[in-house]
Design a protein around this ligand. Structure first.
Ligand code: PLP
Length: 398
């Protein structure tokens, strides 16, 4: 199936729920991918911050082959050694004592909301179920996660949203202080807003949230679905600020593209889930968790979070330098290898030009081009990508 046939068939047989770029990607290796007409691209999207070890990483490919030939699925009615190993790795390398596995970011958010409500109901009072979330945030498309996502454009047409969510501006501690009351079960926040436009909060923001939550006896839930697994130059973004949450959601890069997610929790909160209180058919199955072990293990072995910090600074500096040559770029922001270039106007056309020149980028909000390459990216590849972006900026300006 070539690109044109893929476009035609997509429009006939698939639900039209999203805008797709007019190419079909069929092969990948490291930071490179190829479309079905044979054209090569630098993939600075990583499949939306997912393929952090790069495409077709031998450790991931080998683990999938081996585990698929041994045992794929059994259900959570049985103990699953690979699941235990991944939970051990995650708890050894985070604040958490216990882990729950699901299949997608939204599913992890749903589980975190349920766990927080149950914890609050059992430990405080049955009417303490509200969750405070931040405007411009993104937590997923299922109804609970969508209700937590304080952006009208995602909620439009799907109402009514779930009760029990209160929205406040991001990076604004007084607003959270005013919003917290005796009904607040938790504050849910991305340590760096991703989909909303790559916004890094003020240095004291997370510590301030922690303090407010502690004072009110409320839980702090960090959504690290996009920022986790080394993406921002630390294994978890919260480590930049030395602030630990009570609960954390993780997904995207956890198994380098194999679907999986996790909720990490401190013991006292995790205890609110008791047998039969929650469940999943696929979540944490032997295949997904074996790939998760291979991914996280390789990442730690290669010290990829540290590498992401170094390559992120290199990329950010190079993008900053472009500001001197063009008035199109308004701001470059982000941390590690999650970087947004805010332009003076919509970037859709710019991203099309980049793609045509062989560089894949995504948006993060209408005016922001998102750079999120695999964490294995090196300096020469960054130089090439920035060169292509610079040329696209120059042609967009004419
Ligand atoms: C911060 C954050 N939370 C949750 C989600 C939802 O994850 P998923 O698309 O896997 O359901 C996303 C997806 O982009 C995200 O960026």
């Amino acid at each position: 199936m070539d690109n044109q046939q893929a476009i035609e068939w997509s429009s006939k047989v698939l639900m039209n729920f999203t805008t797709r770029y007019p190419i079909a990607l069929v092969r990948g290796e490291g930071v490179k991918v190829w479309d079905s007409d044979g054209k090569e691209y630098l993939d600075f999207t990583s499949g939306i911050s997912v393929v952090s070890l790069g495409h077709s990483h031998p450790k991931v490919v080998g683990t999938i082959r081996e585990q698929a030939a041994t045992l794929v699925h059994v259900s959570n009615y049985f103990h699953i050694p690979q699941q235990i190993e991944l939970a051990k790795l995650l708890t050894e390398h985070s604040f958490a004592d216990r882990v729950y596995f699901g299949n997608s970011g939204a599913e992890a958010i749903e589980a975190a909301i349920k766990l927080a409500r149950r914890y609050a109901g059992e430990n405080w009072s049955s009417d303490r179920y509200e969750i405070i979330t931040m405007r411009g945030g993104f937590h997923g498309r299922t109804l609970g996660a969508l209700s937590a996502t304080a952006q009208e454009k995602y909620q439009q047409g799907f109402g009514p949203m779930l009760r029990g969510f209160k929205y406040v501006p991001y990076n604004n501690l007084p607003a959270v202080e005013r919003a917290i009351d005796s009904r607040t079960a938790a504050v849910l926040v991305e340590p760096i807003q991703g989909e909303g436009g790559i916004y890094v909060p003020d240095h004291d923001y997370l510590a301030g949230l922690r303090k407010l939550c502690d004072a009110a006896g409320t839980l702090l839930i960090l959504d690290e679905v996009q920022t986790g697994m080394g993406r921002t130059g630390a294994l978890w973004a919260y480590q930049h600020w030395g602030v630990e949450p009570d609960l954390m959601t993780v997904a995207k890069a956890l198994a380098n593209g194999f679907p999986i997610s996790a909720v990490l929790a401190k013991e006292k909160v995790a205890a609110a889930f008791t047998p039969a209180s929650h469940g999943t058919t696929f979540g944490g199955n032997p295949l997904a968790t074996a790939v998760g072990c291979a991914t996280l293990g390789t990442m730690l072995e290669m010290k990829l979070p540290e590498q992401a910090a170094r390559m992120g600074s290199y990329l950010k500096d190079a993008l900053e330098r472009l500001k001197t040559n063009t008035s199109l770029v308004k701001e470059v922001r982000g941390k590690g290898l999650l970087i947004g270039v805010e332009c003076r106007g919509p970037v859709a056309n710019l991203i099309t030009r980049c793609r045509e020149a062989g560089l894949l980028l995504l948006t993060a909000g209408e005016n922001v081009a998102r750079f999120a390459p695999p964490l294995i990216v090196d300096e020469p590849t960054i130089d090439r990508a920035v060169g292509l972006f610079e040329a696209a900026l120059a042609s967009a300006a004419t």
